[in-house]
Design a protein around this ligand. Structure first.
Ligand SMILES: Nc1nc2c(ncn2[C@@H]2O[C@H](COP(=O)(O)OP(=O)(O)O)[C@@H](O)[C@H]2O)c(=O)[nH]1
Ligand SMILES: [Mg+2]
Length: 222
């Protein structure tokens, strides 16, 4: 069984090294680490390569675009995603993979609210996330607690059945909608930490865009 860890990065030199160091490469699996870099202006690529990751440059902008490119390059049976900002517990990856296999799941989304560290998410982001998640639940009937989590563990073979259209931040909520519609999915609580380095997300703009996206997807069937 091969595991591909796919990490999008844009100027994450302050944290990418820590993220890669934290991934325990449990020898019962084969490992591949793919960093999809949006042409960072700092030392992100150099650090990632020095830690043994395969670095792909994706100059086209967008979080979703980076994942589409990374997924096409990944060769593992199971794909694990997380941010390059060291907010997600990379050290839990093997346990989460074990859990997926043991419970015969297709997709796990890691949920950040139950175990969140103090200060890891500002109040505006928390409220914004709650609004987005509630809207998603109402529009799509998907009972999740955290629609914006960027840490997922899923079987690569389901990708061909996920119709994910967004190239931007809505990619995160859209992949969950698609997965929950068609596959055996579960949310698992994880610890979420405070970010190092600059936030790429623009709270109001991306928040609104993510909200609008849900309505577009629902009523225009994108
Ligand atoms: N390749 C690439 N990575 C991106 C882009 N935008 C954001 N990222 C990365 O995607 C991850 C999520 O972005 P982040 O700013 O942490 O968003 P947040 O967690 O929602 O606040 C981080 O590792 C970013 O470096 C992009 O346009 N291209
Ligand atoms: Mg982040």
């Amino acid at each position: 069984m091969k595991i591909s860890v796919v990490i999008p990065t844009l100027n994450e030199e302050a944290s990418i090294g820590h993220v890669l160091d934290r991934i325990p490469k449990d020898p019962k699996y084969d490992w591949e680490i793919v960093v999809v870099d949006g042409n960072s202006k700092d030392r992100t690529r150099e650090i990632a390569e020095s830690k043994g990751a395969r670095v792909i440059i994706e100059k086209r902008k967008g979080y979703g675009r980076a994942y589409k490119t990374g997924f096409a390059e990944a060769t593992g049976d199971i794909i694990v995603t997380l941010d390059g900002d060291d907010t997600y517990p990379a050290e839990k990856i093997p346990e989460l993979v074990d859990y997926l296999i043991k419970n015969n799941l297709d997709f796990i989304s890691c949920e950040r609210f139950t175990l969140m560290q103090e200060g890891a998410m500002g109040i505006t982001h928390k409220v914004g996330n709650k609004i987005l998640t509630l809207t998603l639940r109402i529009l799509f009937g998907v009972k999740i607690k955290d629609s914006q989590s960027g840490m997922w563990i899923f079987r690569r073979k389901i990708l061909k059945d996920l119709n994910v259209t967004s190239d931007g931040m809505p990619f995160s909520e859209e992949i969950k909608i698609e997965a929950w519609r068609k596959f055996k999915c579960e949310e698992v609580p994880i610890e979420y930490r405070e970010r190092k380095g600059e936030v790429k997300l623009n709270t109001w703009e991306d928040g609104l865009r993510n909200l609008l996206f849900l309505f577009k997807k629902k009523f225009r069937r994108v």
